[in-house]
Ligand binder design. Structure first.
Ligand SMILES: Cc1ncc(COP(=O)(O)O)c(C=O)c1O
Length: 407
């Protein structure tokens, strides 16, 4: 009954793991869930009040497909002011999360067989979104040697007559790596030289822990801006994952095509959520975001320092954005746990969950089978407890191995 496209589509592995950890917690198991892709902070009061007022005032009908004009304007002004990416309101479409913006951008840009260069490690959904849009993902592997970044040369080597899009995700999920302005400009030069469009997923752009490091692709100049579709959202910046508000900013023909697509599929994002988004963009004092970022930075430092002292785990690059650390775990391979030898990051994650009740995401679905992604959205106490559990697990497994070797 299923189409080939649907039959080939696996469920999201990160969502499945998160669901498993949550189910264990609901059963009363004391699980520490470090798989999360969302902040643990509450949604800002300004957003909630904006949403409630929209309901009580009866602003509950369809809006224009591309979103309410003041929200499009507020997003444009924020991109212009905060990220030096000058956009006008009509160059913005409001979407049902950054996810929909990405999925629709690929449909708007790709003809069947068009190639999209995607670096690995990648966010799980990128290749599937491209395939669903009829395109072909071309995976560019990166590693610690380049700080998990694409080099202009590696990009140039993958360009074929079918290449249409270069996908950039900075800060990156899952590595937390951030391209600086110079690196981004070098990639953009190659992309523009080959006539490519850049899809720049900047959903974590507000969560960067080194002053001045983040650069929006569209801030690199008018030519780059004209060849770029910028994707962002409120989920990560404002702890609003469940409200489902994202956006794309780009050349008007692309935004119009995305609006047509959205009009025939899902219509506009939730009216109530759009008003919540507008309220938080206009009314939340900048100090609140600064405080969330500072708090996350403390958690990031705690996790990275703790990971550095764990045998068998290696953090090749310091994550400077988003809220993930991406640890290499091949140093644990060969350890046996309850008769089963750890041979992959998936084995490591499975044993860690059952033995230490700590959930992390194995990297295979990010294109990195020897890594695990560890979120640092939780409190320093929770992170400390998780690190202690991981250490105890590794110590116990190593002791059991020595014991087994002696027998
Ligand atoms: C790299 C990246 N892009 C986009 C999204 C989508 O965010 P949302 O649809 O909640 O705005 C996520 C969420 O995890 C992400 O990690």
């Amino acid at each position: 009954m299923l189409s080939r496209r649907a039959a080939q589509l696996p469920p999201s592995s990160t969502a499945a793991l998160d669901a498993h950890a949550k189910q264990l917690a609901a059963e009363g198991v004391d699980v520490i869930n470090l798989t999360s892709g969302e902040l643990a902070f509450p949604t800002p009061r300004e957003a909630s009040d904006g949403g409630i007022t929209a309901i009580t005032d009866g602003r509950t009908r369809y809006t224009a497909v591309a979103g309410i004009p003041p929200l499009r304007q507020a997003v444009a002004e924020r991109l212009t002011r905060a990220w030096r990416a000058p956009y006008a309101g009509e160059e913005i479409i409001i979407t049902n999360g950054a996810k929909q913006a990405l999925a629709n951008a690929f449909v708007a840009l790709l003809d069947p067989g068009d190639e999209v260069i995607i670096q690995a490690p990648y966010w799980v959904s990128f290749p599937h979104m491209v395939t669903l849009a009829g395109g072909t993902p071309v995976i560019l592997p990166t590693g610690p040697g380049t700080g998990f970044k694409m080099t202009p040369r590696a990009v140039a080597e993958r360009i074929t007559p079918r290449t249409k899009v270069l996908l950039v995700n900075s800060p990156s999920n899952p590595t937390g790596v951030v391209y600086d302005r110079r690196e981004l400009a070098a990639l953009a030069e190659v992309a523009l030289g080959a006539g490519l469009t850049i899809v720049s997923d900047e959903v974590y752009g507000d969560l960067v822990y080194q002053e001045g490091l983040f650069a929006a692709t569209a801030s690199l100049g008018p030519e780059v801006r004209a060849a770029t579709v910028t994707v962002g959202g409120l989920s990560k910046t404002f702890a609003m994952t469940g409200w489902r508000v994202g956006y794309a900013a780009g050349p008007k023909p692309v935004i119009s095509a995305m609006a047509a697509l959205q009009g025939h599929t899902t219509s506009a994002a939730s009216t109530i959520s759009q008003h919540a988004a507008l309220a938080v963009l206009l009314d939340e004092p900048a100090a609140e975001l600064d405080a969330r970022r500072a708090e996350l930075d403390g958690r990031r430092r705690a996790l990275c320092a703790g990971l550095a002292g764990l045998p068998g785990l290696r953090l090749d690059v310091e994550p400077l954005g988003a809220f993930f650390a991406f640890a290499e775990v091949s140093g644990t391979y060969g350890l046996a746990w309850q008769g089963e030898t750890i041979r992959s990051a998936a084995d490591f994650a499975r044993h860690l969950l059952s033995a230490a009740r700590v959930a992390v995401v194995p990297g295979a679905d990010f294109g990195a089978p020897d890594h695990v992604r560890i979120s640092y959205v939780d409190s320093p106490q929770v992170i400390g407890e998780a690190l202690a559990r991981i250490r105890a697990f590794l110590t116990e497994a190593a002791r059991a191995n020595v014991g087994a070797a002696r027998h």
